[in-house]
Write a protein that binds this ligand. Sequence first.
Ligand code: DAH
Length: 352
Amino acid sequence: MIEQIDSLLSQARAELSTAADEQQVEAARVKYLGKHGSLSGLRKGMGAVPAADRPKMGKLVTDAIAQFEALLEETRKSISARALQADLQREKLDVTLPGRTHRRGHRHPVSQALDDIVEIFARLGFHKADGPEIEWDIYNFEKLGIPADHPARDMQDTLYLEAPVRSLAGTPATLLRTHTSGMQIRYMEQHPPPVRLIAPGRVYRRDNLDLTHTPMFTQVEGLVVGEGVSLADLKGTLFVFLRELFGEARELRFRPSFFPYTEPSAEVDISCGACGGTGRDCGMCKRTGWIEILGSGMVHPAVFQAVGYDADRYTGFAFGLGIERVALLKWGVEDIRLFYENDLRFLEQFPL
Ligand code: DAH
């Protein structure tokens, strides 16, 4: 029997030493100490031991069971210690690794050009206002002296809404604004003179994409109204503005033009930065030495009448320019579509 106890104990010890988890420990416990366990079975076998040997044998069995229990406990502990170690290993943090950096975003070049422009006019005392991109016919056309069927409507190819959008005021918006000039009307209807307005925003036209056209682009509208505002003020203001934006070296030229809401009207060119205004072999200005930059003029008296201003008392000037155009010239970008493709390789080239 002594041999049996020894061999059971060493068998149990060997088994526990290979136990990898709690379940295997528990299985060993059941196997040796359970109801039908082999170590517990020794107790039942005591009846066959001669009475004189029983106390000695009983003690041997009890010791063996105690040893096994201690072994069980030890094994459990070392298994949970191992599990903890594994957890720690998994959660290990290397504080010497370099941190994850955040990539800085860039302001879009069109936004930068727009901000620059608005900033210059803010310094000149202009007030900035925003207006809706879906617009009423009266603001985009009618009150600017462009009634339905007027040939001037062909100057800009309009995108009409499939279903008009009703506004609170009752008048439905029927189109996407083709220019920011409607903001002149909207603003004057709400504010008495004097006016110094700058109105930036997106505009839409039925143009196909090419090097110089996108169906959506950005404009800035300007409007100044007061007593005695003259063509000289228009020239002076635009001169200051364009030199501020493009630098002192640029020349300006006013070219007579036509817009229904201004009289007289002028388009303004700046001397080409690529060829220094000579035009020699220059693709940028198509060999003319000049680049058209904006439309402008003295506000037509009919526009004042449409908004209820006294056309005998007040005069004013207005202008509108395309921001993408400015950005193209400022950074020498050759394809306007780049501004709307959101290719990071392009966008990241601009200053923050
Ligand atoms: N609205 C014109 C355009 O989109 C630009 C323009 C011309 C605006 C003359 C004006 C202006 O305010 O007086 O081409």
